[in-house]
Design a protein around this ligand. Structure first.
Ligand code: NAD
Length: 340
């Protein structure tokens, strides 16, 4: 039976890499009906609304979306649509795996799953300026909110993920030495949950700055990482760098009632419109989506075709050392699929 998925092409390189992904899934006979919807700058241009109600309605109906990156103006304009989507559908768990596929990199055996809290922390959007004298922007403040409920469900998600995927260790990443309340509550909650899983999963604690250093020195030491929103956002770009860059790493945003799959990277304005973006991250996000839909075998088949194409390095995009266009890489993956 065909399953309907909301497709949001997104901005910048988004339309080209989501088109490539749809082409790959169609070639793999994924039996998906795509409900195309707008969001981001494309939606502002078309209907003057960054998240049209039709898009939200579609996700409410399908409960699953594949999304290209969306542009967010820095320091002005509308709030991040990504953050708004995650909050609207309470997509509290952001799962960002980074696994070495390419050879010849500094590290050959990175296999990290970063589990990022996706709805709280410094990203709740409570910010304001403070006027002093004549200066309306004399000071600015942003509030970080961590709740026991939010910390509990994301840390539990990380331990359950570790158990279900045969992983041995969860690293609890925090800054409780300085932010004693918000980060302290996250750590305290983590320590309690870790005890429940002590038989099957080891837990270690790391302060975020030391964790960042260790990730670039000895990344093979890490297995599952769980952390708060901002740290997860930053560290997942770092783990992407360990395996060859942002063109390669996907992310799932999971809630109880809906899930949105996307790349870790953004709209890549520096290469948009040139047909040279690497579509691997969105393709792997589509594989996460297939896993989520119970299509594990199909997901594995597609993943293998992507990995073999990358490993062969004959037809890969510029970010990973090749000269292929987005379309040429996609054709090569589809050809592999046929041979597999
Ligand atoms: P970016 O991730 O778009 O780009 C960083 C660098 O990585 C650039 O040099 C880019 O060319 C390269 N890159 C990224 N994806 C690539 C790909 N698939 N193939 C080849 N190279 C790739 O980060 P940025 O420039 O800081 O952000 C641009 C915009 O994207 C901003 O508006 C930001 O808010 C938005 N953004 C959106 C999301 C999202 O929708 N989930 C995530 C991050 C950033």
């Amino acid at each position: 039976m065909s399953r309907t998925v909301t497709l949001i092409p997104g901005d910048g390189i988004g339309p080209s890499i989501t088109d490539a992904t749809v082409r790959l899934l169609d070639a793999a006979r994924a039996n998906i009906t795509w409900d195309r919807q707008l969001a981001g700058a494309a939606a502002v241009a078309a209907v003057n609304d960054p998240i049209p109600e039709a898009t939200l309605d579609s996700i409410r109906r399908t409960k699953i979306a594949l999304k290209g990156p969306l542009e967010t103006a820095v320091g002005k304009g509308f709030r991040s649509i990504n953050v708004a989507l995650r909050q609207t559908f309470d997509l509290y768990a952001n799962i960002r795996p980074a696994k070495t596929v390419l050879t010849g990199l500094k590290f050959s055996d990175v296999d990290i799953v970063l589990v990022r809290e996706n709805t709280e922390g410094l990203y709740i959007g409570i910010e304001n300026y403070v006027k002093i004298g004549d200066d309306p922007h004399a000071a600015a403040q942003s509030m970080a909110v961590v709740t026991r409920f939010g910390a509990d469900r994301i840390i539990r998600y990380a331990f359950e993920y570790a158990k279900a995927h045969g992983r041995k260790k969860v690293t609890l990443v925090h800054k409780a030495n300085i932010l004693k309340y918000s980060q302290g509550l996250f750590l305290e909650t983590g320590r309690m949950i870790a005890q429940e899983y002590a038989d099957t999963v080891t837990c270690e604690e790391k302060i975020v700055d030391a964790c960042a250093m260790e990730l670039v020195m000895r990344p093979e030491r890490f297995d599952v990482i769980v952390t708060t929103n901002l740290f997860g956002d930053i560290l997942s770009d770092l783990t992407s760098g360990l395996v060859g860059g942002l063109g390669l790493t996907p992310g799932a945003n999971i809630g109880k009632g809906a899930a949105i799959f996307e790349a870790v990277h953004g709209t890549a304005p520096d290469i948009a419109g040139r047909g040279i973006a690497n579509p691997t991250a969105v393709m792997l996000a589509a594989c996460q989506m297939l896993d989520h839909m119970g299509e594990g075998a199909l997901s594995q088949r597609i993943k293998t075709a992507i990995e073999q194409t990358l490993l062969e390095r004959k037809t890969v995009t510029g970010d990973v050392g090749g000269t292929a266009t987005t379309d040429q890489f996609t054709d090569a993956v589809i050809a592999r699929l046929g041979r597999g």
